[in-house]
Design a protein around this ligand. Structure first.
Ligand code: G6D
Length: 327
């Protein structure tokens, strides 16, 4: 396994992004707080090689990594495409986040690095036919750019030579204070519904209305409000637009998530194990929150979900921006 390489991008508005070729992973994202002090808002480890340690891999966290070919869970041990069945790696009967050695564990190739007003880095990966059981030779790229409107934009593009499935996302864990907990962060979600899940967190195919439920953050409120018991759920808002807004009074940083993807997995891990976090950051209960914009999990096994099939004649493109401002 070649040593991962790391690259840094800086924008004129003070954003600083660090990326590793291992998993096209976001190692850190520094954002100026209300006093102008840079805060690392994406949880990361102290060095790129820490992401390959047994201690970290045993946690199954995917900190800041690219998730694919199919983010989320797939039921039934596989998928069927054009009448042909493809078995996928499962643990306890569930296939998660692309399998055992998925996109997050691959070395991606740096295609280009742009500096100037819109600094960006583009990385690519070639996923061979039947890698992790998925059909088709898949060419995928991810472009991280720091935009003039103070955002990190993540753009995916992919093509295949044979019908396959693709549901790719980034698994960044956000904490707008760079440490502690996100329970005091304020959250607003624009979702209309959330997916009903079974005991294995597999979608049942049913859409639950957000309004009036424990998942109703349509009015800005503290994440750790009464009744909060953690989130590991799939929120649905079709079309391109604002999906979530989160802010911290402490740092004064506000983040708005805009995406053209219909689903957003929001995950708040109850705690982190003891890991070598970047800048020796110390975290408490509910240390971070993930906003994984993507297609529908288990889409091929639910006729009423938008498909995640990708055909040779198509080009897959997705775009998600994390825009920062001061409250
Ligand atoms: C757990 O159920 C959660 C997933 O949603 C998350 O992506 C993973 O941990 C890191 O499996």
């Amino acid at each position: 396994m070649p040593e991962p390489q790391t690259f840094k991008l800086q924008s004129q508005s003070g954003l600083e992004l660090e990326v590793s070729t291992l998993g096209a992973t976001i190692l850190s994202l520094k954002v100026p707080d209300k006093t102008g002090k840079p805060v690392n808002v994406v949880v990361g480890l102290s060095s790129a090689s820490d992401y390959w340690s047994k201690l970290y891999l045993a946690q199954g966290l995917y900190l800041g990594s690219t998730i694919g070919r199919h983010a989320g869970r797939i039921s039934g041990g596989g998928i069927e495409i054009d009448g042909k069945r493809y078995s996928l790696f499962t643990e306890n009967g569930v296939h998660l986040h692309g399998g055992k050695e998925a996109f997050d564990k691959k070395i991606w190739k740096v295609e280009s690095i742009e500096s100037g007003n819109n600094p960006s880095i583009t990385l690519s990966y070639f996923s061979e036919h039947l890698e992790e059981g998925y059909p088709g030779n898949l060419k995928i790229s991810v472009r991280y750019s720091l935009t003039k409107n103070n955002a990190l934009k993540i753009s995916f593009r992919a093509t295949t030579d044979q019908a396959t499935v693709l549901n790719v996302t980034n698994h960044a864990y956000f904490n707008l204070n760079g440490e502690g907990s996100v329970l005091d962060h304020e959250l607003e979600l624009k979702a209309e519904s959330y997916l009903d899940l079974d005991q294995d967190l597999i979608p049942t195919g049913k859409f639950n209305p957000v309004k009036g439920s424990l998942y109703d953050y349509s009015r800005k409120s503290k994440i750790g409000r009464s009744g909060f018991n953690g989130l590991d759920d799939i929120f649905i808002k079709h079309g391109k637009g604002e999906k979530a807004i989160i802010s911290s009074q402490h740092s004064g940083i506000k983040m708005t998530v805009v995406s053209n993807q219909p689903a957003m997995v929001i995950y708040t891990p109850p705690k982190f194990a003891k890991l070598p976090f970047k800048d020796k950051a110390v975290f408490d209960a509910y240390p971070a929150i993930c906003f994984e914009a993507q297609g529908f999990p288990d889409a091929l096994n639910n006729w009423n979900f938008p498909s995640t099939l990708l055909k040779p004649s198509e080009v897959f493109e997705s775009e998600t921006s994390y825009k920062f401002s001061i409250i």
